[in-house]
Write a protein that binds this ligand. Structure first.
Ligand code: DC
Length: 238
């Protein structure tokens, strides 16, 4: 059966598997998937290429005007493009990962990304993942999920992902980057990462993908009275 045309917001810490769950929901239930973190990564790549961010993360205020020329959009499904250039690979490197949180803390960068996300999702029926989707970008989303997992589980996932992409990561660096991003993301002034009061929490430290999609399906069905509320695998409603 086809679920109603709703917006699903998935937020949580780095490497909790938000994009994996969002992609699965998009595939299984025919939603458009939008990865908001990719947009912040795209802005970071742009700032690096334009020489508008130093290695010590000092951001040149000229970035604000430069953003007016930046065309970031998704194509071929969920691939991020800068103009006609596919930048999916460059935005996932450790270099970009280590500078993205300071960039994402800048209010005019957040406005730029929020505006683009609203444009992309104008047609509705969207599942979007990030840090502030359920709190700021789509506070009225019908379904909100907040994902967590133990830090060592998350660092191992990010480590494996980098290895599978041909990088040569050091586990401690991956762990430190993750903890640093958690801190910056949840302590910044503009739209800090936090669980929306009406979000269902999912700790997937010990869960496989089949369990997660079953949990999400139960959640959506439960919410719309299509079935009983989901069996609670770490999820809770408030
Ligand atoms: O999900 P990700 O690791 O690709 O996100 C990259 C960074 O972007 C992350 O460190 C925080 C930031 N981000 C954000 O501030 N708000 C969002 N909605 C999504 C990501």
């Amino acid at each position: 059966m086809r679920f109603p045309d709703i917006t699903i917001a998935i937020d949580g810490f780095s490497s909790t598997g938000k994009s994996t769950l969002a992609r699965l929901i998009a595939q299984h239930f025919d939603f458009l998937y939008l990865d908001s973190g990719a947009m912040y990564r795209g802005v970071t790549l742009f700032a690096r290429e334009q020489g508008l961010i130093d290695p010590d993360n000092t951001i040149d205020p000229a970035l604000e005007a430069a953003l007016k020329t930046l065309d970031l959009h998704f194509g071929q499904g969920t691939v991020l493009f800068m103009g006609t250039r596919n930048i999916e690979k460059q935005i996932r490197t450790m270099e970009v990962s280590s500078q993205v949180s300071p960039i994402a803390a800048v209010p005019y960068v957040r406005s730029y990304v929020d505006r683009r996300l609203h444009e992309f999702s104008a047609a509705g029926r969207v599942v979007m993942d990030g840090r502030d989707i359920g709190t700021t970008v789509f506070p009225d989303a019908e379904i909100k999920i907040f994902m967590t997992a133990r830090p060592e589980v998350r660092a191992q996932r990010r480590f494996d992902e980098l290895v599978s992409k041909g990088e040569n990561p050091v586990f401690e660096e991956v762990m430190n980057n993750l903890l640093e991003r958690d801190y910056i993301d949840s302590h910044r002034e503009t739209s800090p990462l936090r669980r929306a009061e009406d979000a269902f929490e999912l700790d997937n430290s010990e869960m496989g993908l089949t369990d997660e999609i079953a949990w999400a399906e139960g959640l959506i069905r439960g919410k719309f009275g299509l079935l009983d509320a989901p069996a609670n695998n770490g999820g809770k409603a408030e």
